[in-house]
Write a new protein. Structure first.
Length: 252
């Protein structure tokens, strides 16, 4: 093998292969030199041969070390990847657990708020019912009790007239009642023109049925003989026609 052909082949090899080839070449040269020189030179040639073979051993050891380093690096990378996956799975599981806990907490809070709202609504309803009952009791307690006689009838009628804005004084009402019926709630006129027309005058203030029906006030009985209803309807009619029952001094 010539010295000019070896470099051409070495250029096509990698660094490790180049070192190996160089070692082999050196070994060949050493062997050739050993065969040519006298035997007394063996002691000098032997170290040179050993030195020539050293790169080959170094190259093999370096390759093994490099392979081990690469393998170790791969193992470490694989281990790191596994740890990262495990860490990601643990983080995901932890996040899911937190989400479930938050959802459960939100549901519990919503349920608690709904229960509180329901309880408040029930309490408000009970309080309103209690207030209504108390108001009704107060109203009942304040409602005057009128005597079942002419005085009581006039006073009760006047309280209704006041609410409805119908004018009329106690004296004006009493005067006309005494002239018309003498205070007899069952009084009836069967002889005047109204009686002849089939609609006799009735009650305390002698009101005919058509007039009573037209001037009847809601809240009173629809009974012409009812003393309070009779007085209120008659006063309502007198207010419409004469301005007030106080202005009536004769048949009206």
């Amino acid at each position: 093998m010539s010295a000019t052909r070896i470099p051409s082949r070495l250029r096509r090899l990698n660094k490790v292969q180049k070192i190996s080839v160089a070692g082999v070449s050196a070994l060949g040269v050493a062997a050739l030199t050993f065969s040519l020189v006298p035997s007394n030179a063996e002691a000098e040639i032997a170290p040179q041969a050993a030195a020539a073979t050293a790169p080959v051993a170094f190259t093999s050891a370096a390759g093994s070390a490099q392979a081990r380093t690469v393998q170790k690096s791969l193992i470490e990378q694989h281990s790191t990847a596994e740890q990262l996956v495990k860490a990601a799975d643990a983080a995901k599981a932890k996040a899911e657990a937190r989400a479930r806990a938050a959802k459960a907490e939100a549901a519990a809070e919503a349920k608690e708020k709904a229960a509180e709202a329901k309880e408040k609504a029930a309490k408000a309803k009970a309080d309103a019912k209690k207030r209504d009952s108390e108001a009704a009791n107060r109203s009942t307690a304040r409602k005057p009790v009128y005597a079942n006689n002419l005085d009581g009838w006039i006073r009760e009628a006047m309280s209704i007239m006041k609410k409805e804005g119908i004018p009329g004084s106690y004296s004006g009402i009493h005067r006309n009642i005494m002239r018309e019926s003498s205070g007899n709630r069952w009084a009836i006129n069967n002889w005047d023109i109204n009686a002849r027309n089939g609609v006799p005058s009735k009650g305390l203030l002698q009101v005919i049925q058509p007039t009573f029906d037209r001037y009847h006030v809601e809240g009173t009985k629809k009974d012409l003989y009812d003393p309070v209803a009779n007085i209120v309807a008659a006063c309502n009619y007198a207010a419409d026609r004469y301005g007030s029952m106080d202005n009536v001094d004769s048949a009206y």
